[in-house]
Design a protein around this ligand. Structure first.
Ligand code: LLP
Length: 419
């Protein structure tokens, strides 16, 4: 489902014309469709509902950190999967109840763990014995009993881009699955940690169910072995990873295909299943709107230079990721262009040999499927401000984050006294 469509030759987000938004909002900016976001959440949670007796969807805030997005998902029953102190504060301030927040991450700091302990979140996913020792000490000082899960590394090849693999044994994430059992034994003896769950994240942008099936088999084995050891787990956190179609040839498995595997492998173990989807919920709900700065013809190529750069959307530069590129004004006459950003890096390229109408400066384009890991991975590179974010709901739109000003950027700098 997409809420981005042409109407009278011009691109709309739901009932709002992108051109109309661009009349008042400086480009580049992200536009999110509330309808698509809700649809994605509904499809995910609906599929889980059909197959599982007990589950919780914890939205992976790293994919899109805008509080309006978090609020919509939270109003539909989602909790949050967070990976830093900042994300914890963000989720809480967006109104996510602490008992629906799970905390993952290989390098949680003492401060972040202390805050999680103080707020009493649902579960902390431990990624090493060293972390367990530190958390036990923090919990003891605070006089609290903390619910924990062990994140196991399933050592499964998810066949994703090498820069986003997480579930192989050579990756930094989790505890080797063979070492999980003895760690639970030690946790059972710890005074302030209660092992309530197990956690496994297979990878991101998975298009088929096979790697999930392999990892969940391993997880189920561990849950059963632990039961025999007298450790009764209550939650199985299956992480995120469900992929989306970035181009027409992508054939991702459906939420129902995915839930069928979850139910088959883990549904009969009497545990609540926790999900941490990010991309599936947010990617299709967003586009990045940008203006053509220049059309540059060289002997080798025709370039469309945009006012959006890799600081606004870094996925093509670092993962060779594909994003559809469309002109906001529809036209049947098309030419091939390399679409690039203005940044002084040769990797600042959004797409090569893309068919677009004959573009002129000031015309608008959108980069599609950028609601996940778009804005949230933005930076100030080339001293460029974080761009604005707009939420559309039917015929109305609202600025849900304003563009950072140069004054704000400059105000963080301090003189060195000797200069
Ligand atoms: N849970 C954990 C522990 C994770 O590490 C991740 C993503 C998720 C959940 C959410 O995964 P998702 O459902 O979104 O696939 N920046 C990369 C993606 C990195 C994913 C990192 N971890 C990209 O733009 O493709």
């Amino acid at each position: 489902m997409t809420s981005f469509h042409y109407q009278n030759g011009s691109l709309y987000a739901e009932g709002v014309s992108i051109e109309e938004i661009a009349r008042t909002v400086p480009t580049p900016f992200y536009v999110y469709s509330e309808q698509t976001l809700r649809f994605q959440m509904q499809s995910f949670a609906g599929a889980a509902q059909n197959r599982l007796t007990s589950f919780l969807v914890c939205f992976a805030v790293k994919s899109n950190a805008n509080p309006a997005i978090i609020k919509i998902l939270s109003s539909m029953g989602a909790g949050a999967d967070i990976v830093s102190e900042g994300e914890l504060l963000l989720a809480l301030s967006a109104g996510v109840p602490a008992d629906r927040i799970v905390f993952s991450g290989v390098g949680k700091t003492r401060e972040a763990l202390a805050l999680a302990v103080e707020r009493g979140i649902k579960q902390i996913n431990l990624e090493s014995e060293e972390e367990a020792i530190l958390l036990n000490e923090i919990a003891r000082q605070a006089g609290r009993q903390i619910r924990v899960a062990v994140r196991v590394n399933p050592d499964v090849d998810a066949h994703t881009h090498h820069k986003i693999t997480t579930g192989k044994k050579e990756n930094k994430f989790g505890v080797a699955w063979q070492e999980a059992r003895p760690l639970y034994q030690r946790l059972m003896k710890s005074e302030n940690l209660i092992p309530v769950g197990i956690d496994v994240h297979v990878g991101s942008q998975l298009l088929d169910t096979e790697p999930f099936a392999q990892a969940f088999d391993r997880t189920a084995e561990i849950v059963k072995a632990l039961k025999a050891d007298g450790v009764e787990l209550k939650t199985i956190d299956v992480g995120g990873g469900l992929g989306v179609a970035y181009q027409e040839t992508d054939r991702p498995c459906s939420p129902d295909d995915y839930m069928a595997v979850v139910a088959e492998k883990l549904g009969g173990l009497g545990c609540e299943i926790v999900f941490e989807p990010g991309r599936f919920l947010t990617a299709p709900a967003g586009v990045l709107v940008s203006r053509v700065v220049r059309v540059k013809h060289t002997a080798a190529k025709d370039f469309v230079v945009l006012d959006a750069g890799m600081n606004d959307l870094i996925r093509p530069a670092i993962y060779d990721a594909y994003h559809g590129i469309k002109a906001v004004r529809e036209s049947s006459e098309q030419r091939l262009f390399d679409v690039v950003g203005p940044i002084c890096e040769s990797s600042d390229v959004f797409g090569k040999e893309r068919a677009l109408p004959i573009m002129q400066p000031d015309e608008l384009v959108v980069l599609e499927t950028t609601g996940a890991y778009g804005s949230s991975m933005g930076s100030n590179y080339n001293f460029r401000p974080f761009c604005a974010e707009i939420l559309v709901n039917k015929n109305r739109f609202a600025m849900i984050r304003q563009r950072q000003t140069f004054e704000e950027m400059l105000s963080l700098n301090r003189p060195a006294p000797w200069l």
